[in-house]
Design a binder for this molecule. Structure first.
Ligand code: SAM
Length: 246
């Protein structure tokens, strides 16, 4: 099987089978940074919330050992069935919840990808999750994050709500109880009601609290952002944290 042809042939997004949004089948600057890092990793990497494994397959293609971690068995089974035979020895599927069932030994992992995953977690789960990621990474190991930001055109009625929550000093200004209150009706049909939206300040704060140094933390636009979502280049947030080498 020609893996790269398979990855390029996919449509840009695939709806998840458990109503947890859409899996992206395109490379962004933050997922590419993870793929590149995975190609140099001495220890395994983890793709948390891997869905159908687009980023897992890229990391395997770079020669990494990968734990593909997702709460949905159907996603993992599709990934296993799609993986070329030469990859299966380096692919380990983990059906589990993050962070409650994220049980990797201390210092055993080189890199972790959290792509379009933190937006499903409450603030306290994000905090616990990042400290667990920090614990299992080897010194010098890195965590790569990408997630939706408040600044999306099609739900721009949410922007003033977010900015007020920040101005009011809320610890987690982006926790949204019902995302269906925003944007046109039917936009969030393949999502749970609760969604957590981040900005770079919150990601930086939480990464530093967990012990990471910040390699990068910024707004950016994913290359596959649809026209109706494009506001001003701040549609997504990305961050890279590094576990210090003592
Ligand atoms: C929007 S998809 C993102 C897929 C991929 N990471 C990407 O960026 O395209 C979110 C995935 O995370 C999984 N997921 C959501 N919350 C999770 C949790 N708490 N623990 C494990 N997996 C979770 C869902 O099952 C789904 O496959």
């Amino acid at each position: 099987m020609d893996l790269l042809a398979l990855l390029e042939d996919r449509s840009e997004v695939t709806p998840t089978l458990n109503k947890h949004g859409y899996a992206f089948n395109c490379v962004s600057e933050f997922t590419k940074a993870f793929h590149d890092f995975a190609g140099t990793a001495k220890k395994p990497v983890i793709d948390v919330g891997c869905a159908f494994g687009f980023n897992t397959l890229h990391a395997l293609n770079r020669g990494a050992k990968v734990h593909a971690f997702d709460m949905d068995q159907q996603h993992l089974s599709l990934l296993r069935n799609q993986s070329p035979r030469e990859f299966t020895k380096r692919l380990h599927l983990v059906k589990a919840h993050f962070p409650q069932e994220f049980n990797f030994p201390d210092n055993s992992i080189s890199g972790v990808l959290l792509a379009n995953l933190l937006n499903f977690l409450h603030g306290i789960e994000v905090r616990v999750g990042l400290s667990e990621v920090f614990r299992c990474l080897e010194p010098g190991g890195q965590v790569f994050i990408e997630s939706p930001s408040p600044y999306v055109k099609i739900r721009d009625d949410y922007i003033p709500v977010y900015e007020k929550a920040v101005a009011d000093g809320l610890e987690w200004p982006g926790e949204v109880k019902n995302i269906n209150d925003y944007g046109p009706e039917g936009l969030f049909v393949n999502f749970p009601n609760f969604i957590h939206i981040f900005d770079p300040n919150i990601l930086t704060r939480e990464l530093q609290l967990a012990g990471f140094t910040i390699e990068q933390s910024c707004y950016f636009r994913r290359p596959y952002t649809p026209e109706i979502a494009c506001l001003d280049g701040r549609e997504a947030v990305g961050a890279i944290g590094k576990k210090p080498i003592e």
